[in-house]
Write a protein that binds this ligand. Structure first.
Ligand SMILES: *Cc1c(COP(=O)(O)O)cnc(C)c1O
Length: 406
């Protein structure tokens, strides 16, 4: 088969890159559901185990379906390579294990995914790694937190659920000037809308559980980075510690990525229309969505989230109901959520099914009230992760839900 030409569009890369074919020449990617690989002879086996010769041996070390998924994701992110993990959190664990050692320091946004905060503040701290948490949008705080032993900056943009944006280019410059590296969790935008590598990020983190699968079926994760970083920092750990992706889950994500572009486009368009409609709704106090001119970092978001050729706000919308105190806000938010008939009440996101959740009592429920106040996540806040239903049905569902609230 001829090699693919250069400079293909993401839509083409998503269906055409990295197809591991068997001798049968199948057009849809085969699933290599095997834990080990038969060796032609003992000599070859010896060379492969010594890493002197390419060739599969054991799926913890490498598997054709997993490699196809890695190559396809790397092609979409514009990085040389990628390494897949069992979950998104396993990717962040692998990042820490590969990049950090005892005595190192990390600067991390205080608005990242809750388990990411617990991983840095709790688990890594046990191994003598200190993390300073700073305000997502305040570059002065990031700068002030840098120490001589700072090795890694970790950001996520937009954040959950308030969709706060940080300037990837500015953080990459800050990290590199300090002799550190920048990791960006790109779950919310996916490479279709935002390619952090273009702005200087060294490591791009994915939870494949979200938009890459896109249909809420499997868990998966990955780090996208240079081939050298995969070979030297990460592969030795996954081979030994084993947080690898299963071939079946890799195959689901590999096929999921084929429709990533068209899904992100449709779900984002629907989210924008819903955000605009919610902003004019009398029962809604405030809407958080990067695609709205009222968003404090609208201009930055439109510049940064423009890998598709134009700025796109992505598919997460948060909105707050009116109320004068926490008890009333919580009661109204719960009543709104309980009245929906189309949306699913669940905290997952990146699914074809629209999900609705109450961050203060679920995803951010383990924070103290003070931490929640600092994060701006009030009791009246509701998050939507917009799926593929018809916009009119979603509007009608939310209109009905908001009307039931007095
Ligand atoms: C879900 C999520 C993760 C963790 O991914 P899992 O696959 O659930 O382990 C990390 N970061 C962000 C932004 C997420 O939404």
């Amino acid at each position: 088969m001829n090699q693919l030409p250069e400079n293909l569009h993401p839509q083409t890369l998503a269906v055409r890159t990295a197809i591991a074919k068997s001798q049968y020449g199948e057009n849809s990617e085969a699933l290599y559901l095997t834990s080990s690989f038969v060796q032609p002879n003992a000599e070859t086996a010896a060379r492969r185990f010594a890493m002197e010769e390419d060739g599969y041996t054991y799926t913890r070390v490498g598997n054709p379906t997993v490699n196809s998924m890695e190559l396809r994701l790397a092609a979409l992110e514009g990085t040389e390579a990628a390494i897949a993990t069992s979950t998104g959190m396993a990717a962040i664990l692998l990042l820490g294990m590969g990049v950090l050692k005892s005595g190192d320091h990390v600067v991390c946004s205080q608005s990242v995914f809750g388990s990411t905060i617990r991983l840095f503040a709790g688990e890594f701290a046990k191994f003598g790694i200190q993390t300073s948490f700073v305000a997502q949008t305040d570059l002065a705080q990031w700068t002030a937190a840098i120490r001589p032993n700072t090795r890694l900056l970790f950001a996520e943009t937009p954040t959950n659920p308030l969709t706060e944006i940080c300037d990837i280019q500015a953080l990459a410059d800050l990290a590199h000037n300090a002799g550190a590296m920048l990791a960006v969790d790109n779950c919310f935008c996916s490479p279709i809308l935002q390619q952090p590598k273009r702005f200087g990020a060294d490591f791009i983190i994915h939870s494949g559980t979200k938009y890459l699968d896109g249909q809420g079926r499997v868990m998966a994760g990955a780090i996208c980075c240079s081939q050298q970083h995969v070979d030297e920092l990460f592969l030795p750990i996954t081979r030994t510690a084993g947080m690898v992706l299963s071939p079946f889950n890799a195959w689901v994500v590999l096929k999921g990525m084929e429709t990533l572009g068209i899904r992100m486009q449709a779900q984002s368009a629907c989210a924008l229309a819903l955000a605009q409609w919610l902003e004019d709704h009398p029962k809604v106090q405030r809407v958080h969505y990067p695609g709205l001119p009222s968003h404090p970092q609208h201009a930055l978001a439109m510049r940064q989230q423009s890998a598709s050729g134009k700025g796109v706000g992505a598919a997460i919308v948060a909105f707050a109901v009116h109320g004068s105190h926490a008890t009333e806000l919580r009661r109204k938010a719960f009543a709104t959520i309980d009245a929906v008939r189309v949306c699913s009440i669940t905290t997952n996101l990146g699914d074809t099914k629209t999900t609705i959740s109450h961050p203060a009592s679920t995803s951010h429920g383990r924070l103290s009230e003070d931490q929640r106040q600092a994060a701006g996540i009030g009791q009246g806040l509701i998050r939507l992760a917009v799926g593929l239903e018809h916009i009119d049905d979603l509007k009608a569902d939310l209109a009905h839900a908001l009307d039931t609230v007095s």
